[in-house]
Every structure is written in C-alpha cells, then in structure tokens.
Design a protein around this ligand. Structure first.
Ligand SMILES: Nc1ncnc2c1ncn2[C@@H]1O[C@H](COP(=O)(O)OP(=O)(O)OP(=O)(O)O)[C@@H](O)[C@H]1O
Length: 244
C-alpha cells in the first residue's frame, strides 16, 4: 500500500532484562524528509535504529519501514534501506573501486550496473586519481563520503546514517551535508543521528530522545520557538536540564 510515510513507529519499546532502553516511542518520517534523531549518549538512539533496520526485535510496539513490518518482514526492510555508521564503513584493505564492486555485489547489482555506478560515483566525488588507492590511505572525511555513496549504490528508498560525520572537520561535514541534501532532493528519505547541533539545524524535523523517550519532535524552527531559544544546542540543553 502506498503511503506518504517512509517510517511509521508506534509505541516501540526495547527492554534488556529490567532496563528499558527504548520506552514506547511513537513517530513517523515522511518520504523524502531529512529526519534528525538526537539524544545524549545512552538515550537509546542506536537501540531504536537497530530495531528499525531489522536487526533487533522490538519488545513491544510496531514499526514499518518502507512499508514493511520490522518484526515479520525484516529481510524486505534490509533490502529497501541503506545504512552507514561511523563504526561500520568500508574495507580499509580494499581500494575505492574494489569496495564499490564488493558492496555492489552484496546488494545484488549486475557487473554492468557496478561499472556504471563506479564511474558515476568516482566522477561525482572527483576521485579519479584516487580510485585505485587503498581506502586506508584516505582521510576520514573522504572515507565517510565514499561510504555514504556506497550505502546508496542499490538506490534505497531510505538511508540510515548513524553519526556519519563523527570526528570529521567542519568543512568536510558541510560537504557531507550537501551530499545528503542532493540525495533527499531525489526523494530518498534520510534518517540521521548526530551529536553536532549545527547539523540538527539542517534537518527538516528533529526528534530528541531522553532516557528512552522522545521528549520533543518538530522542525528546528518550531522547536526553537517552543523552547524560546535561538539555537538547537539551547533546545537540547534545556531538555536535558528539565529531565535532571
Ligand atoms: N545489548 C544490550 N544489553 C544491555 N543494555 C544495552 C544493550 N544495548 C544497549 N544497552 C543500553 O541501552 C541504553 C541505550 O543505549 P544506546 O546505545 O541505544 O544509546 P545511544 O543513544 O545510541 O547512545 P550513543 O550516542 O552513546 O551511541 C544504554 O544505557 C546502554 O547501556
């Protein structure tokens, strides 16, 4: 069934023994939206994201991603999404070209398609002189840009980015966000976690998780108005203080 939502989450919870890491969260992400998923360390973001990408079973509640139920159709979910995190990116011992070929193969692309995508990706990123270099030799910011492009090789409808710009310099972070905008403009939904509050300002809407619950969710503009502050950083600090 065609819906306007890319992600639909209802009362989703995850418990580890007596501890509730994600506590009945409810939200939706519209198609083509850049959705920022924020929260302090340990708030439950990664745990929630793992349920949405179909690798961790919810304790309670429901979620559909690209129209598929994360509990009962996790394989279909995995095929419809791209995923990239700071921790899981590319293979350091393979060249850029080899990484593209390797991941293209995993995503089930034909050799012809892989060739076409490789040329396009190298062109877009201006990596002609580096395409045959080992990924190990690239600066972190470049690795992240290539990893993002690789996560999009199979043209997923939704891409999950878990702190994609962690440790990267501000100029490269800005370039990375230009790539995110370009992709969102093509209609791809972006679900992104970040610790950088300037990046929260770039999102269409932002949710802020505190101790397993979503405590705020709106556009950066409306959140700043709601909390009577000038920046997302202040929104974040105010929320954290309210809970203490
Ligand atoms: N497998 C697990 N078993 C027990 N507790 C867990 C498990 N995974 C996560 N937790 C706990 O759940 C809570 C939320 O962790 P989670 O990694 O989702 O937070 P986060 O918001 O992603 O934090 P960060 O920004 O540091 O990545 C933490 O208290 C963590 O210790």
């Amino acid at each position: 069934m065609e819906t306007k939502n890319a992600i639909l989450v209802k009362n989703l919870s995850k418990r580890f023994g007596d501890f509730t890491a994600v506590n009945a969260i409810t939200f939706e992400v519209k198609k083509g939206e850049i959705f920022g998923f924020l929260g302090a360390n340990g708030a439950g973001k990664t745990t929630a994201m793992k349920m949405l990408i179909g690798i961790s079973k919810p304790s309670e509640g429901t979620a559909t991603v690209a129209g598929f139920d994360v509990k009962t159709q996790s394989e279909a979910v995995k095929k419809s999404i791209g995923y990239m995190s700071q921790r899981f990116t590319l293979y350091d011992d393979l060249t850029i070209k080899e990484n593209i070929a390797f991941f293209g193969g995993i995503y089930g692309l034909s050799n012809e398609k892989i060739k076409e995508k490789t040329a396009l990706l190298i062109d877009e990123l201006g990596l002609h002189d580096k395409a045959s270099n080992l990924v190990r030799s690239l600066p972190l910011g470049w690795k992240q840009k290539v990893a993002f492009s690789v996560a999009l090789l199979h043209e997923p409808k939704i891409v999950f980015l878990d702190e994609p710009t962690g440790g990267v310099d501000p100029i490269t972070r800005r370039q990375f966000w230009e790539m995110i905008y370009r992709e969102a403009n093509k209609g791809t939904t972006i679900f992104v976690t970040t610790h950088y509050m300037d990046e929260a300002e770039y999102c269409d809407r932002v949710s802020i998780m505190v101790e397993g619950k979503i405590e705020a969710l709106d556009s950066p503009k409306k959140l700043k108005k709601q909390f009577k502050v000038d920046s997302m950083n202040e929104v974040f600090l105010k929320l954290a203080r309210n809970i203490e």
